[in-house]
Design a protein around this ligand. Sequence first.
Ligand code: 13P
Length: 262
Amino acid sequence: MTKKIFFGTNLKMYKNIKETTEYLKTLSQLTKDISRDNMELFVIPSYTSLCSAAQSTDKQFITLGAQNMCWEEKGTFTGEISPLMLQEMGIGLVMIGHSERRHVLRETDDEENRKVKCALNHGMTALLCVGETAKEKDYKISDEVIRTQLKIGLHDIPGSQLSRLWIAYEPVWAIGESGTPASSEYAEEKHQTIKNCLTELFGEAGSQIPVLYGGSVNPDNAVSLISQPSVDGLFTGRSAWDASVFNSLIRKTVYIKSGSCI
Ligand code: 13P
């Protein structure tokens, strides 16, 4: 049976509305011949681009997601966006706890848990990001940090909602211009830690939750990363922001797990 690979990109605070719609149009065109039985392709634009993106993107080719969400439907939360507002635009995927939300904007594991629960209770798919800082890696507490983020972030999630949960492992030291990509061996080790923890939390169903790697994924390391047995997908920043580069990265890797070629 073909194993579905996840490919996604987070556009962070870069592309404006016009750039986002053009990017999505090109990416759809370039990748539409690749069967979606083989892959899940998602793009997470800025809030301000989401509405036009949703109107102009064919959802059978690209799933759109939001970069964050409030844990309440409405209320005194100035500057926040509610699940109902995302759903009004047809958005069914939300990223929660990205490294920049945790470390620049100081979000806590408790907050991530409230957001994950809210997303799942509203029928949305939640992409929870976890990962240790360089300091935590130096202290050799990466596994403890990742397990804590998972145990708190996923506290009280019912088994019936697990099919709408994805995890991204993004070590903080690997992300962005100054990041060093994790070696594929290191990524595999941490993905195993994550899968073991998910199995402890949810039993067999936990082992089915897709775990994506993110942090300086590029056309040179993508093949080796996706070849790791516990890496179910690639969550890419910079190397995906040019649609043709992302398309070639996808084509290099999409059939690796199934052994066929494009
Ligand atoms: P880079 O691939 O640019 O390191 O970004 C990764 C990321 O933060 C995806 O969410």
